[in-house]
Design a protein around this ligand. Structure first.
Ligand code: R5P
Length: 322
């Protein structure tokens, strides 16, 4: 064991116990006992069922599907752990909800990514381990250390294992250029960009495609799929420009509303999604969806944190793969 097991413990929030269990198994860090319930008026009550005095405590919570409940539960857990004298409280947040509101792009709107960063630190969180934040600069909203992991290597590895060899990476919107470029460097192929305009929270318009996809197999790369409209419209644009097979890779699969039906009927052949958010029963029925596990990567980031080792190797190609 590369660390003092007796001094580290991993608690699960209500959002994704399956992932927490897989991380505990992979890392060897024991699962802690926590009970969370609701008062009749809807308030969250939470109790840590074992001593955490002087311990390095990890709490996993993915802020999706019921973001307000899960965020509040994480804050309440941090408060309970702080008052129970935990030495360090490390939030492991595979999907950081509220992250997309990261700038004031029109008058009188909030910057929720900054608000949530403030709340977490104020509640007692001393470090954050996150995955594919919507924008890298969100790290700067925190005054505590942030370890920013990426699912890109896991997803591209799964794609390669299945024998797909895309000829071009396509960013489904301008915001995804950075992630698409990273895939393009990883797989050593060109990339193209879809010129998308968001009409409303659930619909988008495509104005064009910059780059060459004609006669090529395409990999659409994005940090998340929410309503599915971005991926579906981007696939249509690629198809119209003569792309052959179209596959997609996203880190966070929110799959809101009719997303699954839209993706089912879309021109996308296969969609790879990391398991940062638990799939709904409906999503599990989508045959073209491939869930890619992240537990080993989170587990190794946790082990590095415990043993004070650099996590740089986890960000580099293949270094962390077992
Ligand atoms: C946008 O900036 C993100 O990278 C995604 O493209 C977007 O959030 C996807 O949303 P939807 O699936 O609702 O189109």
């Amino acid at each position: 064991m590369p660390f003092d097991e007796a001094n580290a413990v991993l608690f699960s929030g209500a959002s994704h116990p399956k992932l927490t269990e897989a991380i505990a198994k992979s890392s060897g860090v024991p699962l802690g006992a926590l009970e969370s319930s609701e008062f009749p008026d809807g308030e969250t009550f939470l109790e840590i069922k074992e001593s955490v005095r002087g311990k390095q405590v990890f709490v996993l919570q993915t802020i999706a599907h019921r973001p307000n409940d899960y965020l509040m539960e994480l804050l309440i857990a941090a408060d309970a752990l702080k008052r129970a004298s935990a030495k360090e409280i490390i939030a492991v947040v595979p999907y950081f909800g509220y992250c997309r509101q990261d700038r004031k792009d029109r008058p009188r709107v909030p910057i929720t990514a900054k608000l949530v960063a403030n709340l977490l630190a104020k509640a007692g969180i001393t470090r954050l381990i996150a995955m594919d934040l919507h924008a890298d600069q969100v790290q700067g909203f925190f005054d505590i250390p942030v370890d920013h992991l990426s699912a890109r290597i896991l997803l591209s590895d799964a794609i390669k294992k299945d024998g797909f060899e895309p000829g071009v990476i396509v960013a489904p919107d301008v915001g995804s250029i950075k992630i698409a470029r990273a895939y393009s460097e990883e797989l050593n192929i060109d990339f193209a960009v879809v010129d998308k305009h968001r009409v409303s929270a659930s619909s988008v318009e495509v104005h064009g495609l910059i780059g060459d996809v004609k006669g090529k197999d395409v990999l659409l790369a994005d940090d998340m799929c929410s309503t599915g409209s971005t991926l579906v419209s981007a696939a249509k644009a690629c198809h119209e420009k003569g792309a052959k097979q179209i596959i997609a890779a996203v880190t966070h699969g929110l799959f809101i509303g009719p997303a699954i039906e839209l993706l089912e009927q879309s021109l996308i052949d296969v969609i790879y999604v990391a398991d940062t958010i638990e799939l709904s029963e409906n999503a599990k029925k989508l045959k073209k969806l491939r869930s890619v596990p992240t537990a080993d990567l989170f587990g190794q980031a946790i082990n590095c944190t415990i043993s004070n080792k650099s996590i740089v190797s986890l960000l580099q190609k293949k270094m962390f793969l077992k």
